[in-house]
Design a protein around this ligand. Structure first.
Ligand SMILES: NC(=O)c1ccc[n+]([C@@H]2O[C@H](COP(=O)([O-])OP(=O)(O)OC[C@H]3O[C@@H](n4cnc5c(N)ncnc54)[C@H](OP(=O)(O)O)[C@@H]3O)[C@@H](O)[C@H]2O)c1
Length: 257
């Protein structure tokens, strides 16, 4: 698959960051959120401008907004960049048979608890796969901030190319996601199945901090999140991702707000 159509359901921080990188890398993107295509007019205009007028002249439509169901229908790969709590509102029928990229993290706050996740019986991506029966779920993009996708992309073979962990139960879907990451300027490190994906979840050494470095001590949770999201990106080679994943011990699930 050389130039896949990338569908993005959820256009908050993560969906918008991935869309910007994808458009810069020459992909066609279809975007959706919970409020309908009209609400995405400003983002479509921004991305369309980013795609560049000259390049756009020869291409029918590089960027467009749709409903979540239409996004799932027309895309080759679909990123579901929504809160985990929105899983049961995703277009399950249209996502059947699709490669679905799961950047979701289990964020724990009053009312969001999932007992199987709290007991470490499932990873958040197994939980997502359970909801999206028939989709080929691959966990990716969950351990890096959207800004850092724009800081850290590099051409294939660059000495300072960054690697991202991926996990999934379907080998062909993981190959598609690896190819997509390559087009976006990143290497992929396969950590195994969705059950193995705890190795890159929140509260592990692979989650977020390798891509930004060590934050100042003593920050409150909101200040910590703000610091991580704004810090300059730090390249993380594939060997370091493998090393951190191998050394990880499973702790409590979820990012606690
Ligand atoms: N923020 C980060 O640094 C970061 C990094 C890695 C992974 N993540 C994970 O990535 C996911 C997205 O995070 P975010 O920070 O981008 O969240 P966000 O800024 O709150 O955006 C969430 C998006 O999901 C959309 N949405 C919610 N319910 C939906 C539904 N039923 N159908 C379609 N769209 C729906 C929202 O639509 P509206 O715009 O219409 O409200 C919004 O565009 C989360 O699971 C998070 O844990 C976040």
């Amino acid at each position: 698959m050389s130039t896949p159509i990338l569908g993005i359901i959820g256009t908050g921080m993560v969906g918008t960051g991935i869309a910007r990188r994808a458009v810069d890398a020459g992909l066609t993107v279809v975007l959706s959120n919970s409020r309908g295509p009209e609400s995405l007019a400003a983002l479509v205009t921004e991305l369309d401008t980013r795609a560049g007028a000259a390049e756009r002249a020869g291409v029918a439509e590089r960027v467009r907004a749709a409903t979540p169901a239409e996004t799932a229908r027309v895309a080759d790969l679909v990123v579901v960049a929504v809160p985990l709590t929105a899983l049961d509102r995703l277009p399950r029928a249209e996502l059947t048979g699709k490669t679905v990229i799961d950047p979701m993290n289990y964020v724990v706050y009053p009312g969001s608890n999932v007992p199987e996740l709290d007991r470490n019986e499932l990873t958040s991506s197994e939980f997502a796969q359970r909801h999206l029966t028939g989709a080929r779920v691959v966990k990716a993009f969950h351990s890096i901030g959207p800004k850092h996708l724009l800081d850290l992309f590099r051409p294939a073979g660059a000495a300072d190319r960054t690697a991202l962990p991926i996990s999934g139960d379907d080998a062909a879907a993981k190959r598609e996601v690896t190819e997509l990451l390559d087009v976006l300027g990143f290497d992929a490190v396969d950590l195994g199945t969705l059950a193995d994906s705890w190795r890159s979840e929140p509260n592990t050494p692979l989650y977020a901090l390798p891509y930004v470095g060590e934050p100042p001590a003593g920050l409150s949770v909101p200040d910590f999140v703000a610091w991580v999201q704004a810090a300059p990106g730090v390249p993380v080679p594939a060997a370091r991702v493998r090393e951190l994943a191998a050394a990880t011990v499973r702790g409590p699930a979820g990012f606690r707000m």
